[in-house]
Design a binder for this molecule. Structure first.
Ligand SMILES: Cc1cc2nc3c(=O)[nH]c(=O)nc-3n(C[C@H](O)[C@H](O)[C@H](O)COP(=O)(O)OP(=O)(O)OC[C@H]3O[C@@H](n4cnc5c(N)ncnc54)[C@H](O)[C@@H]3O)c2cc1C
Length: 595
């Protein structure tokens, strides 16, 4: 079954949940109007469906390989990448100054969803390049920006992110890669990085690595980490490529999924003198710069969760229409019914669709707040939006990638035995999806981030204001009294109350019993995602009733109601887990867990 970009659903989420009309009305998007945004998303969809999707399954089978010290990507990969770059797709949100198109984050996020649905392994390469562009643009010196940004923005060169080392994954404070300052102001980098996505390949002439390393006199922990730009090939003053830098790919990992994406072990300075590197930002402040890159990348990875969920849903719906088994209530005679007629399968498909649309809305709202934080004229508005981005980014990343795995798993189940067999494609989606809750900060770390760092923002006022807005929508749904909404208002009201109570409890626990707060972090993030996602879908339903037929995809009311009555109902239970489950979760001592 071929992939079809869900342009109507994306536009509906942009308008009803992310407030596209207001953004246009406030002049935040420059000359862009709705029709142009739709046209860009349609073109991105065409590229995804026609160029990227046909390479996904063969790319999975072929994988990327290390041959004679060179990384060889699957057949067609290099040509597709060149088409991607020459089409200007790599440069959507980058500033015009560096050759980009300065398109808003909402458009980049929508396009990213589509390309990663079509081909997750391919989509990772531009995703990381964009992260490197963000970091360089924010903190690089003018000279570094002039030399590297234009080629990265056009996609002539790709970028990577080198954080992880064998003993330093979530805990980067322990990384050991070294940097030594040279008299000419450059640095020499030594060390080994693991799991580096697109760490090496032959699709472009050069690869620009952003590498975290420690200076000899650096303070211990995260305050002693610096960020360096290390090109695969050194760049001469005139912009031409010089000699090969001392950075090599020592191996590629054998993985559960995303086989076509090369995941590399990278060695810096193995030759003896060190790889030439250039400082980005200030010495010992590298992690702050990396966070700029990581926040953007976290939203992009959250969006990958939406991508796999959408892909799995499309495939499962198509299969359920074709596959016949058993008799449905409506079946006459002895004919078998398409499995889509069975209530259990219909519930499964609605769950897939509803979770996908909720996660999409959360990601697009986070993208919208990113745009406001960058583009609003008023400094107060920009600061408020930046706080909203900070609050929502862990939810966008973790909720969306968790549901990506769940939806992919339901997709396999809908296919029955054929889901476990590779040729339907459901299995690949399931395998590929599993990395998403792990990289770019595990979902456990995202949950800790929201509880420990984001809830206390502005003394708790950021989350309080947000929950207040959610409540307003729940009240509006309830007050609308529309029969087609069923119990949507009531259920969403309960979900928002559960979120408010859990948030209050977290505030107290953070002061008195941090272990209890941390043990509830993952259910708290889930509860947050369910309440927020349900409300965004409800806003879509309200818009659909306001605008009649032009209000969005026909199913938006049904999907919002289903979400509220079938999925948001977990919210009060999650609240109970958070406020009452810590003691039993922590009752058994670590050393006795195995007994
Ligand atoms: C395919 C793939 C691609 C990747 N791409 C890149 C890349 O391009 N660049 C890069 O730098 N890295 C990359 N990574 C690395 C990835 O970001 C790390 O694997 C991830 O950050 C987790 O680190 P870890 O594997 O060391 O797990 P660990 O940190 O050992 O975590 C193991 C488990 O313990 C939990 N845990 C850890 N610390 C805590 C804590 N304080 N409190 C509660 N729970 C905790 C984690 O949530 C996790 O469940 C990639 C990994 C893979 C598999």
């Amino acid at each position: 079954m071929t992939y079809r970009a869900p342009v109507d659903d994306i536009m509906h989420a942009l308008k009803a949940s992310a407030g596209l009309d207001q953004m246009i009305g406030q002049g935040l998007l420059g000359d862009l109007d709705e029709a142009t945004i739709r046209a860009v998303i349609e073109q991105a969809g065409k590229f995804g469906a026609e160029v990227l999707e046909p390479l996904s399954a063969p790319g999975d089978r072929a994988g990327s390989k290390l041959v004679d010290g060179k990384v060889v990507t699957p057949p067609g990969w290099k040509e597709a990448y060149q088409q991607f770059a020459s089409g200007g797709w790599g440069a959507l949100p980058a500033p015009e100054e560096w050759g980009g198109q300065n398109l808003p984050q909402i458009v980049a996020t929508a396009a990213g969803e589509i390309w990663n649905s079509a081909n997750l392994s391919f989509g990772l390469c531009p995703l990381l390049t964009q992260g490197a562009i963000d970091a360089l643009e924010a903190q690089g010196s003018e000279a570094l920006k002039r030399t590297y940004l234009p080629k990265m923005v056009t996609g002539e060169w790709t970028g990577t992110m080198n954080l992880t080392e064998p003993h330093a994954g979530s805990d980067l404070g322990h990384l050991k890669s070294r940097a030594v300052k040279q008299p000419d102001g450059t640095y020499r980098i030594f060390g080994t990085k693991i799991f580096i996505t697109y760490g090496d390949h032959e699709m472009t002439d050069n690869i620009i690595h952003l590498v975290l390393a420690r200076l000899p006199d650096a303070p211990p922990g995260t305050r002693g980490i610096s960020l360096f730009l290390v090109p695969k090939y050194l760049v001469n003053e005139d912009g031409s490529l010089g000699k090969r830098n001392d950075v090599t790919c020592a191996g590629l990992e054998h993985k559960l999924g995303i086989h076509a994406s090369p995941t590399a072990v990278m060695k810096y300075g193995e030759g003896g003198d060190g790889a030439v590197g250039y400082l980005v930002g200030e010495e010992n402040r590298g992690l702050n710069v990396m966070f700029i890159m990581m926040n953007a990348a976290r939203l992009a990875v959250g969006t990958q969760g939406v991508s796999v969920a959408e892909r799995a849903t499309q495939r499962a719906v198509a299969y359920a229409k074709e596959r016949k088994q058993g008799r449905a209530a409506s079946t006459k005679g002895t004919d078998m019914a398409p499995i889509i007629e069975h209530p259990d399968i219909r519930r499964s498909l609605m769950t897939m669709r509803a979770l996908t649309q909720a996660a999409r809305a959360i990601c697009l709202v986070t993208a919208k707040e990113t745009d406001v934080a960058r583009r609003a004229k008023d400094a107060g508005e920009r600061a408020a939006a930046a706080n909203r981005v900070a609050l929502l980014t862990p939810v966008a990343k973790a909720f969306s990638t968790d549901i990506g795995c769940e939806v992919a798993s339901i997709g396999v189940q809908v296919h029955g035995g054929m889901g476990f067999i590779e040729e339907t494609g459901a299995a690949q989606i399931y395998r590929d999806a599993r990395i998403l809750p792990i990289y770019e900060g595990t979902n456990g770390i995202q949950a800790i981030d929201i509880v420990v760092r984001k809830l206390p923002l502005e003394g708790g006022k950021v989350v309080e204001a947000y929950i207040g807005e959610l409540k307003k929508t729940a009240d509006e749904v309830r007050a609308s009294n529309r029969p087609e909404f069923g119990r949507m208002g009531e259920r969403l009201g309960e979900a928002v109350v559960a979120l408010a109570e859990a948030t209050r409890w977290m505030g107290g626990a953070l002061q008195k019993n941090q272990e209890a707060a941390l043990s509830g972090a993952t259910p708290y993030l889930r509860l947050f995602g369910l309440a927020a996602g349900g409300i965004y879908l409800a806003r879509g339903a309200l818009a659909a009733t306001r605008n009649g037929a032009s209000g969005g995809p026909a199913q938006s009311i049904a999907v919002a109601r289903f979400f509220a009555e079938n999925l948001a109902t977990a919210a009060p239970g999650l609240k109970d887990t958070i406020v009452g489950g810590a003691e039993s979760a922590l009752a058994v001592e670590p050393e006795t867990l195995s007994a």
